[in-house]
Write a protein that binds this ligand. Structure first.
Ligand code: 13P
Ligand code: SF4
Length: 314
């Protein structure tokens, strides 16, 4: 699907390019961002790849086109950089389902458990974690832990996906979930499979268990791209946020990528929060250096430990 830029967007991109050069800035974008943002980003990636890039960059300014926990993670991992979030209202509803006080209470109730937090958590919640995971490395990280008992926060679906592959450990799940991925059902995927009998099904582990169970492949956004663009099938049914279609078609336009439609939220597997960043907002933050991510020093220090533990493992 080729997107034709308007004259205004072309002007904005020229402005962004001039400013990022003048200010030695880098633009990092998640795969769920609007296509035009993915196209101008220096790096497009999954949560883990973007966190790693943010940690290592020489740029003076990081413009993070993703949701708030991603921009916060960049700041925590590389605190000397100025991190700008194009739209501070772009949060993650699942991250907001886990609060500091409630997790602290859960920890007190299970003093023998290790807290594994999904990177989709707010910075204060990360301070209570022993280690962080992303959808890409979660199974590997959890397997590497000595602990027998795990509190997994906040995604109960990613948690149960991990638990199935690490049966030797006991899990206590948080009641959190990602609204767009939760809306996708196995029935919808199977209906599409009837329409495209030779298709393969690839889903994100944030999808509900019934959808995960019938998939041919389960992985992070980057891993889905790798699978879908190379698998021996003309059609791939993709169970994740529709922003990924842009990158799939760019990398291998010879395949047909089918994204299911759901009845509510934004209408399809569509993260409204991810779409709150726009070219206008990127140009604005680069020009005025506004919307800087600022976190208390003690929160950054405590949250850095579990993040660095993860980055070292994988
Ligand atoms: P990835 O780590 O797979 O990019 O996923 C991030 C996310 O928010 C999925 O909803
Ligand atoms: Fe959060 Fe789900 Fe949006 Fe990812 S897709 S940012 S988990 S609400």
């Amino acid at each position: 699907m080729t997107y034709v830029l308007t004259e205004r967007e072309e002007q904005l991109i020229k402005k962004i390019n001039r400013l990022r050069k003048e200010k030695n800035a880098i633009i990092l974008a998640h795969y769920y961002q609007r296509g035009e943002i993915q196209d101008i980003a220096d790096v497009v990636g999954d949560s883990l790849e973007l966190a790693r890039k943010a940690q290592k960059t020489d740029a003076d300014i990081i413009v993070f086109a993703g949701v708030r926990f991603m921009a916060e993670t960049a700041k925590i991992l590389n605190p000397d950089k100025k991190v700008l979030h194009p739209n501070p209202e772009s949060g993650c509803p699942m991250a907001d389902m886990a609060t500091y006080q409630a997790l602290k209470k859960m920890k007190e109730e299970h003093p023998d458990a290790v807290v594994v937090a999904y990177i989709n958590t707010n910075a204060d919640v990360k301070t209570l974690a022993d280690i962080i995971v992303t959808s890409r490395n979660a199974v590997k990280v959890v397997k590497s832990l000595d602990a027998k008992k795990i509190i997994f926060v906040p995604d109960k679906f990613l948690g149960s996906f991990i638990a199935k592959q690490v049966p030797e450990k006991e899990f206590i799940f948080w009641e959190g979930f990602c609204p767009p991925h939760f809306n996708l059902t196995a029935e919808q995927l199977l209906e599409l499979k009837e329409k495209y009998p030779n298709a393969k099904i690839a889903v994100h582990p944030e999808c509900n268990t019934s959808a995960v169970e019938i998939a041919d492949f389960v992985g992070s956004t980057s891993q889905i791209i790798e699978f879908a663009t190379t698998v021996d099938a003309d059609t791939v049914i993709v169970g994740t946020e529709v922003g990924l279609k842009h990158q799939l078609e760019k990398i291998n336009p010879n395949k047909n990528y089918v994204f299911p439609e759901t009845a509510d939220y934004c209408g399809i597997v569509h993260c409204c929060d991810m779409k709150k960043n726009t070219l206008d907002k990127i140009a604005e933050v680069l020009e005025n250096e506004t919307n800087e991510v600022v976190l208390p020093e003690d929160v950054m220090e405590k949250a850095r430990l579990p993040l660095e533990r993860m980055v070292k493992i994988v």
